[in-house]
Design a protein around this ligand. Structure first.
Ligand code: NAD
Length: 361
């Protein structure tokens, strides 16, 4: 029996349409192998939506996304829209999408692929085998807490204020996503906080400990954020899954990602409590190489793999895509961003063809 999934595609701007085309071909090929049918609907976001409708996230796009099982997004933005006022810039489309779908959990994997190990700025022996997932809380914490603002004091001096706040329910929902993510990986979860100084972190730690009773197969540990920053560059292999708040996660997920050294390879997922998640590469729309068949489509393809694993619960199909990516790298195919001496330079389309061959083999 074939299973049917409704997927909204948001190719966006710049290299978005090129890398999305590759991911769609890969999805369809893997779907045939695993008896999955994808009903694909393309919708507008970012600059493309501004040009067509005047705004970066048309109501129709959000409605289409809400009615689907998962959303596959490429990237938005470009020089053309850089001078627009903030509230109608392409980036607003992304923020609107995250808010509209209530995506509170951001999953950012950082995996060192053996074929690209020399792209890392750290020593081979430090990064060889690194496979980390950072689960970051996305809609709470100090970025949204009240009060916030710049206020004048009685003495006339200005005071800038932000508030780090987490309620038990906010901690519990990100905690559950993190425990369930760890269950799909190596079953080790490290909760990162600053509980030695911050009360909000003490509550965070208490709730994580409480939640762990429901996930006896996952080993929970705790680490202060300053130590976590140090350990990520000293001995990153000790980590499997990391869960942390919005501010700490913003910083640590970028640090973890850079262990891999190659932005064209990094996928991500943003999930809500129910409803569709959004799966997208970490990189932007790369306007400097758009339309030249130079883009690396692998982060987009790996985002489709994340969609299958974390959005549609189809781990075998996801594995198959990840294996195909490893295979084309083994065969020496490289786009310009990851090319090194002795490898075969290919463009976006040829990388897509190589992936389809690897899947068919
Ligand atoms: P970028 O990630 O688009 O590009 C940074 C550099 O990496 C560029 O030299 C680019 O050519 C290269 N690069 C990125 N992805 C690549 C790929 N798949 N293959 C090969 N090379 C790749 O970041 P930027 O230049 O700071 O931003 C460009 C535009 O993208 C801006 O409008 C920005 O607002 C937007 N942006 C969007 C997102 C998103 O959609 N989530 C994220 C970041 C930036």
């Amino acid at each position: 029996m074939t299973k049917q999934y409704r997927i909204t595609l948001l190719p966006g701007d710049g290299i978005g349409p090129e890398i999305m085309a590759v991911a769609v071909n890969v999805l369809e090929a893997v779907g045939q192998q695993f008896g999955l049918t994808f009903e694909l609907t393309e919708a507008l976001i970012g600059g493309a939506a501004i040009d067509a409708t005047g705004g970066p996230l048309p109501d129709e796009t959000l409605a289409t996304c809400k009615a689907s099982d998962a959303v596959l997004l490429a990237a938005i933005g470009g020089y053309k829209w850089d001078s627009l006022p903030n509230d109608i810039r392409p980036e607003r489309g992304l923020l609107g999408l995250r808010a509209g779908l209530e995506l509170f959990a951001n999953l950012r994997p950082a995996q060192i692929l053996p074929q690209l190990i020399d792209a890392s700025s750290l020593k081979r022996e430090v990064v060889d085998g690194v496979d980390i997932m950072v689960v970051r809380e996305l809609t709470g914490g100090i970025y949204f807490g009240q009060p916030k603002g710049i206020f004048a004091t009685e003495s006339g001096e200005k005071r800038g204020v932000n508030t780090m706040v987490y309620s038990e329910s906010e901690i519990d929902r990100i905690g559950r996503v993190a425990f369930e993510t760890a269950q799909k990986r190596n079953k080790r979860l490290c909760s990162v906080d600053k509980a030695n100084v911050l009360e909000v972190s003490q509550l965070w730690r208490d709730r994580m400990i409480q939640l762990s009773a429901d996930y006896p197969d996952v080993e929970l540990t705790h680490m202060y954020v300053d130590n976590a920053a140090m350990q990520l560059v000293r001995n990153p292999k000790q980590f499997d899954t990391i869960v942390t708040g919005n501010l700490f996660g913003d910083i640590l997920s970028d640090a973890a990602a850079m262990l891999t050294g190659s932005i064209g390879m990094l996928p991500s997922a943003s999930l809500g409590a129910s409803g569709p998640g959004v799966f997208e590469p970490v990189h932007g729309s790369a306007p400097d190489i758009a339309g030249q068949d130079k883009a690396n489509p692998l982060a987009q393809v790996l985002s489709a793999a994340m969609m299958l694993r974390y959005g549609l619960n189809e781990p075998e199909a996801s594995d198959r895509i990840e294996q195909a990516v490893l295979k084309v790298l083994d065969q020496g195919y490289r786009t310009g961003d990851i090319w090194s001496e002795g490898c075969t330079a290919v463009g976006c389309k040829a990388m897509g063809d190589a992936l389809l061959k690897a899947l068919a083999a």
